[in-house]
Structures are given as structure tokens and as C-alpha cells.
Design a protein around this ligand. Structure first.
Ligand code: EPU
Length: 446
């Protein structure tokens, strides 16, 4: 299906949107259900493509997934887990990276796993070497086969002392999902500690796992023989919340983001305040608004938690095109997350990208030909353009640029945005955006 958004820009987005469970937690909590010997219930589940992909993958492996018609809660029952054909897995994996996280749970449940060659947003090479090294350290045998990787563990998974070369979110989750039922103790040094990881640990603890997080990025897991089910409300999506916050600034709007959580967004909120954004933090969400007047330029570096999250970078860069002066952004998590600026430049933004590290965080990408620092001069008048969405956050950033621009933009490839933004066209319509949405079989105006 191909969809096109025709956006007539210049309308401030105003109103209320609601964010539900985090895209970067929900699919992983679904995978965790495979580790249990009884059903699990996951609440606050968003209707996004990544949830559909994981639902299909779990069903292929014999897990019953039932969605409550009213609440959308999922009941996941793993008792009939079984091997699935590699062709079927390949057909359902789509462009998600989640399948790699099925390895540990599948080995515990059925003794083997097949992982198709992975997709995910094109924001760098996105290798899986950390994941495979972690699995090998647990005693798994990893074999390359046509179309993917076969993983088995003839003697079961054994606890291990593992050091990550970088605090990777996915590799930390790989360790958690493999170690909880491995034999013995696992010590993970150099772990990622994002709120989504802490929430996954909460899920696993509800199932019966024993996991300690120490202050120095060390996580210690005492393997247990069996796990039960869980009943869990997913933490809300702080990346979607930050995207709407940026949309409010860029369009000179005023958006109450129901479900935005101050605790998980503190670094973003500090930055938002420094740029000159208005906010009103409430129990049930946060109001983000442009207070009028000028926005301030910033010097910013992305980093692992508790630093400034890489997924917040792209929408905020659009806001920085509207700040008065020169901003510098150093991306230290992904080597190639500035590709989206090409379309912004065509729309009139003044942005240069550089290979040098324009910042002080030790970064793996300096002197290696990666355009991973950006210098943004503002304010720039944006004008509408034809845009093909490159990746999830870059695509949302293009949308908000088009919504602020003078004139009309035609945005293609927007299906990518459904991977992580629930019903985003409905939300845009609710905020007063002026657009037409056409798919192959339907046309909707807002
Ligand atoms: N890396 C490796 N080898 C590996 C794994 C990672 O070199 O085996 C590198 C990556 O290439 C990257 C860095 O380590 O340079 C960090 O990657 P990480 O493993 O932390 O990322 P991820 O688990 O693949 C998740 C989110 C991303 C988010 C990052 C960082 C999910 C499904 N994805 O990715 O979300 O940017 O953590 O917080 O949880 C998004 O939501 O738009 C998105 C890309």
C-alpha cells in the first residue's frame, strides 16, 4: 500500500494527543511472555506496526495472542510454543529488528531460534554483532544459514560474565531475556539503563526473575528454572511525547500530551526549557507550547540514558531551524542520523553536516567519514517540498517541518511512521493540521 500526505503548512498545532505504551518497550515485553509457563497480560498497548509484527512472530511460534476488543490489552499464552518455519518467520518479520530478541526466549522454550536478516530504520549500519557475541557467551551455537541465522544451545544457556563494548539497548535486552532462565549467575558490565529497560526488568521481576541494577551500569541476574506470567501496564512512549513537544514548538502551537511522563523525560525537558519552549507539567501529561518571541540556539549532544536521547534529536533539529542563532548537534549514538536534514535544506533550512566531532562526549564516529555533527543557523523560513520519508523519526521531523512551512508539501513513504506513531494522521487531524491523506484505496481530508 502506498500513501501520500498532502500538507498545507502554516497552521499551529493545538489541542490534545494521547500517547500510550512505548514502542521501544511493548514488543520486548511481548517477547518476554515466551519465557513464562502461564499467560501474561500487557496493558497500554499502542496500535503500531511493530506490535503487529511481534504478534505475528509469536503466533507463528505457537503463542496465543488475544487482543481485548475494548481496551486493546493483550493476553499472551506461551504454553503451546513451537518451532516455526524459517520462510514463515522471514515473511512476517517485515522490517523490524525485534526478531533478534526472540533468541533467548525461544532457546529456553523450544531449544532453537531462526532469525531472518534484519531491517529497522536506516540510520546507520545497525549491526547485530553484540547480540551474537552475547548469545555465544551464554553457550549458544550461532550458524549463518540462507536468509538468516540459526541459533541453538545443546546444553542450554549458561550464566556468564559479559562486558558490552557500548551500552547498547538491544544487547542489554538480549542479556536480560537470555539470562533470567539461564543456569547460574550473569553479570552484565556496561549495560544500557534506559527507562524502557528498567520497565522490561519490572516485567521480568513480576514473572519471578531476580535482577539487580547497580549504579555503575552493572546488572546482575540470578537465573531461575521457571518463570510465571505477568500483568503489566507498559510505560508511556517518551519518544512520541518528545516528538509532539517539538511539533508544538515548530508550528508555534500548543499541545497537551496526555501520558507524557516527567520522570522519563527530564533531560528532554531541560533542553526544551533552554531552547525557550513553554511547558506545564501535570499528573496526567505535559502541555508543550511556543510562548511567543524568539527561540534560543543550543549546543547539544545525544547520548545513552540519562543523556539526551538520539530519538529526540531529529524532531528537535527542526525546532532549532527556527531558533535565533547557531546551534550545534553532535550525534554520538548512530553514525548516520542526519540524512533527514537533506529534505530540510531543500525546504529552506540552513544546516551543514560535518564529519568532525563537534562536542566533548567520547564518540565512536570521529575521523571515520560519518557525517554525525550538524550546525544549524536560524531562524529559517521553511517552504513546502516533495519529501520521501527516510526513517521513523526523520519522517516525523519532515511532517512537522511541512506543517510549519509556507505552501504545500507532498510526503510519500509515510507508512514507515506507522511503525512507531499510533494513528498519527488522526492525531494530526485532531490538532487542526490541514492535509489530505490518500492511500491506494481511500482518500481522507482533514
Ligand atoms: N550496535 C552495534 N552492534 C550491535 C548492536 C548495536 O554496533 O549488535 C550499535 C548501533 O549500531 C548503535 C549503538 O550500538 O550505533 C546503539 O544501538 P542500540 O543497540 O542501543 O539500539 P537498538 O537497540 O537497535 C533501540 C531503539 C532505537 C533507539 C536505540 C537507542 C528499539 C526497537 N529501538 O535500538 O529506537 O534509538 O535503542 O536508544 O528499541 C527509534 O525509536 O526511532 C529507534 C531507532
Amino acid at each position: 500500500m502506498s500513501s501520500v500526505l498532502t500538507i498545507r503548512g502554516g497552521v499551529p498545532l493545538t489541542g490534545r494527543v494521547s500517547v500510550r505504551g512505548a514502542k521501544n518497550l511493548v514488543p520486548k515485553a511481548m517477547v518476554a511472555a515466551l519465557l513464562g509457563n502461564e499467560p501474561s497480560i500487557l496493558r497500554n498497548v499502542p496500535e503500531i506496526k511493530d506490535v503487529e509484527v511481534v504478534t505475528s512472530l509469536l503466533q507463528l511460534h505457537g503463542v496465543t495472542v488475544v487482543k481485548d476488543a475494548v481496551t486493546g490489552d493483550l493476553t499472551l499464552d506461551p504454553k503451546a510454543a513451537k518451532t516455526a518455519s524459517s520462510a514463515a518467520i522471514d515473511a512476517h518479520a517485515g522490517d523490524s529488528r525485534i526478531p533478534i530478541l526472540l533468541c533467548g526466549p525461544l532457546i529456553h522454550a523450544i531449544g532453537e531460534a531462526f532469525i531472518p536478516d534484519l531491517g529497522g530504520c536506516k540510520i546507520g549500519d545497525r549491526p547485530i554483532d553484540y547480540h551474537l557475541n552475547v548469545l555465544r557467551q551464554f553457550g549458544a551455537v550461532v550458524e549463518k544459514r540462507p536468509g538468516g541465522i540459526h541459533i541453538s544451545a545443546p546444553k542450554g544457556l549458561q550464566g556468564a560474565k559479559i562486558t558490552l563494548p557500548y551500552p547498547s539497548v538491544g544487547a542489554t535486552e538480549q542479556v536480560l531475556l537470555s539470562a533470567t532462565r539461564a543456569e547460574g549467575i550473569t553479570e552484565l558490565i556496561g549495560a544500557a539503563t534506559e527507562p524502557e529497560i528498567v520497565d522490561l526488568i519490572a516485567v521480568l521481576q513480576k514473572m519471578g526473575a531476580i535482577i539487580n541494577i547497580q549504579t555503575d551500569r552493572t546488572i546482575r541476574i540470578e537465573g531461575v528454572r521457571e518463570l510465571g506470567g505477568y500483568n503489566h501496564k507498559a510505560l508511556s512512549d517518551r519518544n512520541e511525547a518528545a516528538s509532539w513537544a517539538s511539533a508544538a514548538l515548530v508550528t508555534k502551537g500548543d499541545i497537551f500530551v496526555e501520558g507524557a511522563s516527567q520522570r522519563d523525560m527530564m533531560t528532554f525537558l531541560n533542553t526544551y526549557r533552554k531552547i525557550g519552549g513553554g511547558m506545564d507539567i501535570q499528573e496526567d501529561g505535559i502541555r508543550f507550547f511556543h510562548p511567543g518571541g524568539k527561540l534560543n540556539p543550543l549546543v547539544l549532544e545525544t547520548d545513552v540514558h540519562p543523556g539526551f536521547m538520539t530519538d529526540w534529536q531529529q524532531p528537535l533539529v527542526v525546532a532549532l531551524t527556527q531558533a535565533e542563532g547557531v546551534s550545534i548537534v553532535h550525534e554520538t549514538v548512530y553514525e548516520n542520523r542526519f540524512g533527514f536534514t537533506e529534505a530540510l535544506i531543500r525546504m529552506g533550512a540552513n544546516i551543514q553536516v560535518h564529519r568532525e566531532c563537534l562536542g566533548s562526549i567520547p564518540c565512536r564516529f570521529g575521523q571515520r567519514n560519518f557525517l554525525h555533527s550538524a550546525v544549524i543557523s536560524g531562524p529559517a523560513q521553511l517552504t513546502g517540498a516533495d519529501i520521501d520519508v527516510p526513517d521513523l523519526r526523520g519522517g516525523f521531523s519532515h511532517l512537522i517541518a511541512a506543517l510549519a512551512a509556507t505552501g504545500t508539501s507532498r510526503v510519500t513513504g509515510i507508512d514507515i511512521i506507522n511503525r512507531g506513531y499510533e494513528r498519527f494522521t488522526d492525531k494530526l487531524a485532531g490538532l487542526g493540521a490541514d492535509f489530505d491523506f490518500t492511500t491506494d484505496d481511500a482518500s481522507v481530508s482533514a
